[in-house]
Design a protein around this ligand. Sequence first.
Ligand code: SF4
Ligand code: SF4
Length: 454
Amino acid sequence: MLKVHSLEKIIDGIIGKKTVKEEVSYRLSQFVISYETEKECLVMSTFTGRILWLDGAEKEAFLSLKTKGMKGDQLAASGLGKLAEWHMAVPEDYNDCQTYLNVLSIMQGLQKKTTGINEYMILPTLGCNAGCTYCYEEEMRKHVMSVKVADETINFIRRTMTNAPIKIIWYGGEPLTATGTISHICEELSKENIIFSSELVTNGALMNRELAHVVKSEWHVKSVQISADGAREDYEKRKQFHNPQLHNYDSLFHAIHCMLDEGMEVVIRCNYDHENIDRIPMFLRDLHREFPNSKNLTIYFSMLFQTRKSMDGAKLFKKTCELTRIAKDMNLIHDGEEANNRFRTHYCMADCEDKIIIDPDGKLFHCTNLPKEQCVGTINDLTYSSISLPDARTPDEECRKCPYLPKCTPYYRNLCPDHELCCRSIKEIEFIEKLKKIVKNNKEWRQTNEARKL
Ligand code: SF4
Ligand code: SF4
């Protein structure tokens, strides 16, 4: 048995080691997933993050535990006693979900309580220079933040912010159609010595060198998320820019150049559905040709809202695993292998007291995707202490049985309009892919780490 990834000390401290009891019947924990090759098997707990590598007789014993269960003495004799010590094999009547929820609640309690909001997502406008064929904000296009609401927003930030530096995310609509409002808010915050950094979510079409400089130096933007729709023909058909002569596939590349040259990080969110996915490799090739070695440029793939609601979403998601491989080979994805392996207390912005969204009318929300009825107040009447989170923390029956609950959020099924119909199948593809990658990348490591045998 080789240990590929151990768990965080703090989780170890809370759950402690279990003693294997000879007479007790054990089964695999609900939160253990595995990927088997001919000779070996990689085993991961989505709860603790622990990853183990089993081979030979251990692999056979593991498969037996997985299918039939085992008595404690058999478990110890087959070399899998550690699985019971580490909550990966558990007594038949053990409540995995409740244990996880208890740990989650302890971890949430332990997290330093902030005394204010540290992240504001501001929508200076819902207006846009494009007419994306899939846009759900179509009916709200008229809303632009007035100077009065911008000033009240500044007051709201002053009143509710934490003592530490704050983060602002500029979102829309297309925020670059409201540069005056953004500059006004940033200027006032700077005048008052409020330390902030920003992120910008944009389609990029209105970006130029001069604006990129302002965005970096005055709005303090460190990272820009830019939305794209794949290859040229898909991009131009879907974006439906009001001025296609000026704003098109080429202006997207120009925008990326401007932002990278200013030293900002650029993250491309490539939207996909059944229609455009097969041409996305062409887009990746164009990006690679234009930005062959940029460490500050990265891409991820996001399923369009409408497709998330279809039953074959998982099939489509599977195709993005291949796209991710291509993008990695082209240096367009640089994340670490185990980036998503830490225990996290929140997977949903709507579940965070220290984050809030301000729309152009000064109404407050916990997530841009939540319907208007989920408005939690306005910038003039809400204080930090009166913020309440949507009551959606109790996992429903499906989530209580799901192996991926520790890597997900009960909010997803309980409240999120964006939730995929086949969420569990999608998570399974994502995590098995992760395990496959570890097997591939660790073949060599394994041969030279026999000393770490447990
Ligand atoms: S999971 Fe849903 S509700 Fe939560 S932040 Fe994401 S989109 Fe919003
Ligand atoms: S939302 Fe879906 S993937 Fe997440 S825990 Fe619930 S069933 Fe599992």
